[in-house]
Write a protein that binds this ligand. Structure first.
Ligand code: PGA
Length: 260
């Protein structure tokens, strides 16, 4: 069962999650953060960048991205390598040699998944994985039908995900068809999963992931199999949760020692 935390705003979620990450990095400077792209995690990165100004040091921490588009030119501003560099590596002060993004270049694509799994293993594994959820219920780019045992591999994006992400590109035609993504099996190996979602558009996916049946048709439901999951949502994204009152009650009575 996931812990569900309903907050007033994306900024409040950013503060909550960034407090926790900053604390963990302070305790363990070599902390490994799994980073996500898209709009959802941006409030966390912005809050962490502010904490950096107040002395949180990410220079010995590592970051691994969830996914990457296949075949974008290396200097494309929407490649996830570029996005992570812009939103995470630079503003938070990570050592760029400790930030790894799946290799989406067409050359060598057959082995890219295996190479990424090896890099993850060599790091000792992800301590905290940030996740968004797609309107299809995907986490990473694991679209409906993804195996719960899947590892990093090339996947085909759904038309819905391509349409959702077209806002980052000039047109729908420019959105790649393929991606490399950590598998659900890869994601489930991270020690702590933190799923964030904001806005009414995510309400159905969140309700299905948190309270629906565990099914490959809704990849986010794989989180129900993990022992340590924190779901942080605003009121709009929480609006279809049947047990929202219980989650609020549990938060109001949460023992202080528990932390996130
Ligand atoms: P978003 O994407 O954060 O841009 O809504 C989430 C996702 O597709 O996983």
């Amino acid at each position: 069962m996931a812990e569900v935390i309903i907050v007033d705003s994306a900024e409040a979620a950013g503060r909550l999650v960034s407090d926790h990450i900053a604390e963990q990095v302070h305790i363990a400077p070599d902390f490994v953060v799994g980073v996500a792209t898209g709009s959802t995690p941006l409030p966390v990165y912005r809050a962490l960048a502010q904490r950096r100004e107040r002395g949180v040091d990410f220079s010995r921490a590592s970051a691994f991205a969830l996914d990457e588009y296949v075949g974008l030119p290396e200097d494309h501003p929407q490649s996830y390598r570029a996005v992570i560099d812009r939103e995470v590596t630079q503003p938070l002060g990570f050592d760029p040699t400790r930030v790894t993004v799946p290799d989406g270049r067409a050359e060598g694509i057959e082995t890219t998944g295996e190479r990424y799994e090896e890099a993850l293993r060599a790091s000792g594994g992800v301590d905290l994985q940030l996740l968004g959820i797609g309107t299809t219920g995907h986490i990473g780019f694991n679209e409906p039908g993804s195996s719960f045992g899947s590892l990093t591999r090339v996947k085909t994006l759904t038309e819905q995900t391509r349409a959702d992400n077209a806002r980052f590109f000039g047109s729908l035609d420019e959105v790649p068809i393929h991606c490399v993504t950590q598998g659900l099996g890869t994601i489930l190996r991270a020690r702590h999963l933190v799923l964030l979602a904001f806005g009414e558009g995510k309400a159905a996916a969140i309700a299905a992931a948190v309270e629906g049946p565990v099914t490959a048709s809704l990849p986010g439901s794989a989180l129900q199999l993990h022992a340590h999951v924190t779901v942080v949502v605003d009121e709009a994204a929480a609006s279809r949760l049947k047990h929202a009152d219980y989650y609020r009650w549990a938060q109001a009575h949460k023992p202080a020692w528990q932390g996130l």
